[in-house]
Design a protein around this ligand. Structure first.
Ligand code: DC
Length: 227
């Protein structure tokens, strides 16, 4: 066992609710929550700020290594992410950062850097970590793995609801198209593509309300009878 508990890995495609569900699970079981997507987004944001090419693996690796990464405790179960002392928040959800993060996530050197940092962040356990390759690559030894899925249409509908709820414009067809393209990019890349680990529990949330998904994961956690 790890000193602070187990590692709960949640993987799945874009917009499936891994962060929302993961944070709720973390709050229920008293664990920390880490979004690895935000780490890719943070590096992408820094690359856009400093003009480093999104194709240049060696330059991005150098950029990542030169930065001071920290994950201070946030307001809820989710750790904040800070680069050189600056906490990044809203800037990470910008569309340009989304696209750039998906582009740099294809690169082998960037992925190796991220894997080392993510393992370091979760090694002591007591953590819910979400991403695309946590159960397959970052923590193949995670004690609980969940692959969360939902149809692209259901994910697009939820995203439209979210955006409209924030008073933002939202076009269903455009969002669906974006989700399908992101899926293809995340599952089709050569290095650590998105896929379900053989020993991951598959949860399809297309017809399942969020609370039921959270209950299911907490139930799996409790059945392991760990702290
Ligand atoms: O989950 P997200 O949308 O914040 O992730 C941003 C991008 O980073 C996404 O296009 C896929 C990539 N990513 C990845 O390749 N591996 C991870 N473990 C997490 C995210």
């Amino acid at each position: 066992m790890r000193p602070d508990g187990i590692v709960i890995a949640i993987d799945g495609p874009a917009g499936v609710g891994k962060s929302t569900v993961g944070k709720l699970v973390a709050a229920r079981v008293g664990y920390r929550f880490i979004s690895t997507g935000k780490m890719y987004r943070a590096l992408a944001w820094q690359a856009l700020e400093t003009g480093v090419s999104l194709e240049d693996d060696a330059a991005l690796d150098g950029l990542a290594r030169a930065l001071r990464w920290a994950f201070p405790k946030g307001a809820g179960p989710e750790a904040d992410i800070s680069l050189n002392g600056r906490v990044l928040a809203l800037e990470l959800s910008e569309e340009s950062v989304s696209r750039a993060s998906s582009a740099i996530a294809r690169l082998a050197g960037v992925r190796l850097f991220m894997k080392d940092m993510q393992r370091q962040a979760g090694l002591s356990g007591g953590v819910v970590m979400e991403g695309r390759d946590i159960g397959t690559n970052v923590f193949p030894d995670a004690e609980l793995k969940v692959y969360l899925d939902a149809s692209p249409e259901a994910r697009a509908r939820r995203r439209v609801g979210q955006l409209k709820g924030q008073g933002m414009p939202a076009d269903y067809a455009e969002i669906l198209d974006f989700i399908i393209k992101r899926d293809a990019q995340d599952s089709g890349r050569a290095v650590n593509p998105l896929r379900k680990a053989d020993d991951a529990h598959y949860l399809d949330s297309t017809e399942l309300p969020r609370e039921k998904v959270v209950d299911a994961i907490v139930g799996l956690f409790e059945s392991l009878s760990v702290k």
